[in-house]
Design a protein around this ligand. Structure first.
Ligand SMILES: Cc1cc2nc3c(=O)[nH]c(=O)nc-3n(C[C@H](O)[C@H](O)[C@H](O)COP(=O)(O)OP(=O)(O)OC[C@H]3O[C@@H](n4cnc5c(N)ncnc54)[C@H](O)[C@@H]3O)c2cc1C
Ligand code: FES
Length: 264
């Protein structure tokens, strides 16, 4: 894990309320794995005080000395609103790569990726890495959002996945249901080797239930509220399945967990 200054190369709107920030970072960030995250200081002044956590969305090596990292973010509060105003050329303080990412096993052939809303952010880095490592793999993406504007990264997923299954809460695109409906149908019809998911907690709990019921391995990326990002404040606790462990911490035990280790 390193702390560095990174230069903003671009900070562009990709859908209403969503933006992509690209950063020129030191080469140490090139070791990041899918599912890991960074803590970004969105301003130099006292407000907001804390760094904000963001999943690594994309990573491109740029020669020997540096990498380009992209973060996909949703504007939800003060920090992300400040972030949206940062122009290209600004330098920001960045800490990372942090946490435990997805476990990519050689023998995984058919993989189902479930992404709800901004949960699409880490799934792009994940799918790009899977594609590089196992070109022959069969990847299905289950992409859900409240409306069609919340279905993010469609072109990227279409270009990399065998099939993308769209769902929206309001029916403005794809099936009008939660993404867990087609995920469950497909999992029953053609069981994958693993399900990997990122999204709201309710969605993750449902995905974990489907996987447990059908005895499919499942990894969940959790985006809890976080303060320090390094295991010091204990502010990101989630209940462990095992009573002896009590609580796990998203920033150091996760953010990606084996679904069986959590009580959701
Ligand atoms: C490991 C990890 C990875 C993340 N990756 C991404 C990402 O790739 N893209 C992205 O847009 N966001 C991501 N998040 C969430 C992001 O960190 C928060 O949205 C951000 O910190 C909000 O900052 P803010 O100052 O704008 O909002 P605040 O003013 O701090 O909060 C505004 C509102 O959002 C709620 N909120 C804050 N954090 C979260 C959260 N984690 N989940 C749900 N609600 C929250 C608050 O309760 C409040 O209601 C991630 C979080 C974690 C822990
Ligand atoms: S955010 Fe401080 S312990 Fe996890």
């Amino acid at each position: 894990m390193i702390q560095d200054r990174a230069e903003i190369l671009s900070n562009a709107s990709v859908a209403p309320g969503y933006r992509t920030l690209t950063l020129r970072c030191g080469k140490a960030f090139g070791a990041a794995r899918p599912g890991q995250f960074v803590m970004l200081s969105v301003g130099d002044g006292p407000t907001p005080l804390l760094r904000r956590p963001f999943s690594i969305h994309r990573m491109v090596a740029q020669g020997a000395g540096e990498v380009t990292m992209a973060l996909l973010y949703k504007i939800v509060g003060e920090g992300t609103a400040m972030m949206a105003r940062l122009p290209a050329g600004t330098t920001v303080d960045i800490l990372g790569p942090l946490g435990r990412g997805f476990t990519l096993q050689e023998d995984y052939r058919r993989i189902y990726l479930a992404a709800g809303g901004i949960g699409a952010a880490p799934m792009v880095f994940l799918l790009e890495t899977l594609r590089q490592q196992h070109r022959q793999g069969e990847y299905h993406v289950f992409l859900g959002g409240r409306t069609r504007d919340d279905l993010l990264c469609r072109e990227i997923f279409e270009g990399l996945a065998h099939k993308v299954h769209y769902t929206t809460d309001d029916g403005s695109e794809g099936a009008q249901c939660f993404l867990t409906s087609p995920l469950e149908n497909e999992t029953r019809r053609r069981p994958p080797d693993v399900i990997m998911a990122c999204g709201p907690m309710d969605m993750l709990a449902c995905v974990a239930g489907i996987a447990a019921g059908l005895k499919i391995p499942c990894q969940l990326s959790i985006e809890s509220v976080m303060a320090c990002g390094m295991g010091a404040c204990l502010g990101c606790a989630v209940r462990a399945a095992d009573d002896k462990s009590g609580y796990l911490h998203v920033c150091k035990d996760g953010p990606v967990f084996d679904a069986r280790s959590l009580r959701l």
